[in-house]
Design a binder for this molecule. Structure first.
Ligand code: AMP
Ligand code: MG
Length: 493
């Protein structure tokens, strides 16, 4: 008799309902799987048994060499526009969907391994991942989650005992990623580009059942699905911009239907406020620069819209184009309103006024002109709300126009009533002090590459509470020392 309960209570709707949308596949054999990071809190949220997973058997599961009971490992197929050019077939070239579990809140979540070996979609790649990029995705994804931004999560990182060559030998690693789903704009594009309208319909109905169940069976549901994805993307990108996040590779295959941030590769947070900021070494034209992200999201949504035309109005494609274009035309307002709501919160404002956009723009202009650290400025602004303008003015050079701006802003706050203490507390609850500062991330990853996991664990614990100031963590709040020069990220594969 085997009394041991299965590690996961899988319920694999993708494997069951979407035959033809994936290839059943298995992970590569690797010599020595070892768990290096494990997310206890997330394991509990997923209804898993952390003790049973943090075992040699768990390490094998997370490395992809043991298929746990109930799993139906598969590689998903998708297409995508990468830097504007269409690739008709990408797919999971180094990932395996193990299956889905229902979390404690009743939400269906994908468990995916990334770096588990080549698949039929590897296109010449080795199907592997190395420790640096795996930990980077782990750390930044968890930081985004703590900042309240929809994102895939990291359940575990393992090293495999393999040596993988990426500009030199690196320790091989696998990330276990958790997502609301791995449906991408590119998943729709794959079938639409092949003219497989019924498959697009099947996918859209599946997406509805998973992300917009209220739309199931309703008239016009495909246009409504589009509107719903657009709303989620508008809110997501607004949240990115409000914290200074640059995704770096906003291809359509990295744009989710769930509205979660996915695929942390060459991403980074800005230091000095600059809409033109680009960190990725492969983004030569600045296509995915910080300030272009809303526009790119709308472009990606237009690609999604194209895949849905035959579903929106099968009899009259011109009519379908007209209707979906009208929807898409709402994106800039949706984005602007999500951003402005967030900006009001950052500025401690409780009410809406015609003047808000201008007030925010004037602050951003000051920051841009003087190259002020975006995160620190908002954090120190809360002291100014409570009357102490010293910390915020201390960020500026001698000549600046901040006093005029500060008095304009404080007049606005005063007109709303409320105590300065309350305003400060409200602002500190939405303006993070600790973000994944690029140099701190690099430092932690560098140490982990040589086997020291203390810095990455410390960084994770700091970033888990981004809004709560704690003694002794000054180094995590400070911008990079100037002598480090401009930051560059490399497409981590
Ligand atoms: P990404 O840049 O991670 O969004 O990946 C873009 C595409 O390249 C996806 O189809 C990936 O599965 C694939 N890919 C990235 N790295 C590798 C690799 N090392 N081996 C095989 N496929 C890869
Ligand atoms: Mg990707």
């Amino acid at each position: 008799m085997n009394a041991t309960p299965p590690l996961f209570q899988f319920d694999n709707s993708y494997a069951r309902d979407l035959e033809g949308f994936y290839v059943a596949w298995e992970g590569d054999k690797v010599p020595e799987p070892q768990i290096v990071l494990f997310n206890q809190e997330l394991a509990e949220e997923l209804g898993l048994d952390p003790a049973a997973l943090q075992t040699p058997y768990g390490a094998k599961v997370f490395a992809g060499i043991e298929s746990p009971e109930g799993a139906s490992p598969l590689a998903q197929v998708y297409a995508g526009h990468q830097f504007g050019g269409f690739s008709p077939q990408l797919g999971d070239g180094r990932a395996l969907l193990l299956g889905e579990v229902i979390d404690k809140k009743g939400k269906r979540r994908d468990l995916q391994l990334k770096g588990s070996g080549p698949t039929p979609f590897s296109r010449g790649g080795d199907g592997k991942a190395v420790i640096g990029p795996v930990l980077r995705e782990y750390v930044i994804g968890e930081a985004m989650h703590a900042l309240g931004i929809p994102t895939t999560r990291a359940l575990a990182a393992v090293t495999t005992g393999e040596t993988i060559y990426r500009e030199g030998p690196k320790p091989g690693a696998v990330l276990t990623r958790v997502a609301g789903s791995h449906l991408r704009v590119g998943t729709f594009q794959f079938f639409a580009a092949r003219g497989e309208t019924e498959k697009v319909r099947q996918l859209a109905d599946y997406a509805i059942s998973r992300h917009d169940p209220d739309l199931a069976g309703t008239d016009d549901r495909y246009l409504k699905l589009f509107a719903s994805v657009m709303q989620r993307q508008a809110e997501l990108i607004a949240r990115w911009v409000l914290v200074g996040f640059v995704h770096g590779v906003m291809n359509t295959d990295n744009t989710t239907i769930s509205g979660e941030t996915i695929d942390y590769g060459p991403c980074a947070f800005i230091d000095a406020y600059d809409p033109a900021a680009v960190f990725s070494s492969i983004d030569h034209g600045g296509r995915y620069a910080f300030g272009r992200q809303p526009m790119i999201a709308q472009w990606n949504l237009a690609r999604l819209a194209e895949t849905l035309l035959a579903l929106i109005d099968p009899d009259d494609l011109d009519k379908a184009v007209e209707r979906v274009s009208e929807e898409l035309g709402r994106f800039p307002d949706l984005y602007k309103s999500a951003w402005l709501d967030g900006m009001r919160n950052k500025l401690g404002l409780l009410t809406e006024s015609e003047d808000d956009q201008d007030l925010a723009d004037a602050l951003l202009a000051q920051m841009q002109e003087h190259g002020i650290d975006y995160t620190l400025l908002f954090r120190k602004l809360s002291d100014a709300a409570a009357g102490d303008t010293g910390p915020v003015l201390g960020l500026f050079p001698e000549e600046h126009g901040m006093e005029t701006w500060l008095s304009r802003w404080r007049q606005r706050l005063e007109s709303e009533g409320g105590s300065a203490g309350e305003t400060k507390a409200r602002m500190d609850a939405v303006n993070p002090l600790y973000i994944p500062r690029n140099h701190k991330v690099e430092e932690a990853l560098g140490a982990a590459e040589s086997g020291d996991y203390e810095p990455v664990n410390k960084l994770l614990s700091v970033l888990a509470e981004p809004f709560v100031e704690r003694d002794g963590l000054e180094a995590y709040a400070a911008p990079a020392p100037a002598e480090l020069g401009p930051y560059r990220t490399f497409c981590g594969t």
